[in-house]
Write a protein that binds this ligand. Sequence first.
Ligand SMILES: [Zn+2]
Length: 386
Amino acid sequence: MTATAAVLLGAVLRHGPVARSTVARLTGLSPAAVTRNSAALIELGLLTEVAPTVPYQGIGRPHVPVDVNTGRHLVAGLHIAHEFCTLALLDLRGRVRARLTVPHGDPGNPAEVLAVAADRLLRLHAEELPGHIPLGLGVAAGGWVDPEQGMLVEHASLGWQGVELRALLTARTGLPVLVDSHARALARAEQLFGAAGDRESLLHLFVGNVVDAAIVTGGAAHRGPRSAAGEVAHLALGDPAVACPCGRRGCLEATVSDRAWAWRAHRAGVIDHPNIFDLVEAAEAGSAAAIELCLERARLVGRAAAVLFDFVNPDALVVTELGTSRLPACVRALRQEVAAGSRASGNTVLPSSFGPDVLGVAAGAVQLDALYADPLNLHNPIRLGV
Ligand SMILES: [Zn+2]
């Protein structure tokens, strides 16, 4: 029944509001199984019946459509970036309903940073959506995150190692906590809620202050031993003139990360402060030098993506990077570079679906992915890690 409920909920997510008979046809499930599982999911508050748009005039039972219930539950999200935490509340369709960023007070004290963020997140819930029941807290970060251990194993730019995210945040919030890398969480979010919805396999490349990647096949992200998969920061696909803290030169992250690229633009005199948002905003305002720098970064990212692309041959490549999420010309430059550098064809290259909400979606998706994989297990304390 678990797998059936997951298929049903996934179909309603994609097609809802939708009649149960249509769900049966779309999924190949028997009408009896759809009826039984719909009832269970309605009981849990995950599905809801919606009023038909056309008044019923026929004979027999009316086809009352069902949809994902976005009015009863929410998931909380906490994303840890280099300089700040993003706090978010998401409905069950993955939409960010409230969002806030909190700068790290003392980045050298992870427990303190997390405690402050957790308290603020609980307040955000009380202020913005007090009537919605939180199902759990999803935590996402760049770097090496181990979901099984509930641990941030290493975040190089923050200098954090072995941070017990799940234990710390469960104790502080009382919520069930799941953690994962933001690259993997966003790869699944693109399949569940984004433009890559019907693609079987997906490669996701995240380019922020951290540069990492994720591969999704068969509805699950590949993790590998200790969940260390996705490390692409030190691939020698960057600018050979750039030195990396790892001791080598030409590493991808050292060249194209938000900070590295903002400093490059700042040194070139294009922006007053080394801030990537300033660069992209200058490009949006029409600065030719800023546009060219954004395009150059998109091309470098595309060159790296092309290598990964041929290796994995996914149905779709999604790139999360500020320039490509804001400037159509950067998406074109990225696509051109992937096409020029890759032997694969017929695959799709997409920018992130989530715009300014991307970090909040990453965090919330850690919980939502688990929910959509096993919706009837909603209150199972073992799965929820408490
Ligand atoms: Zn390196």
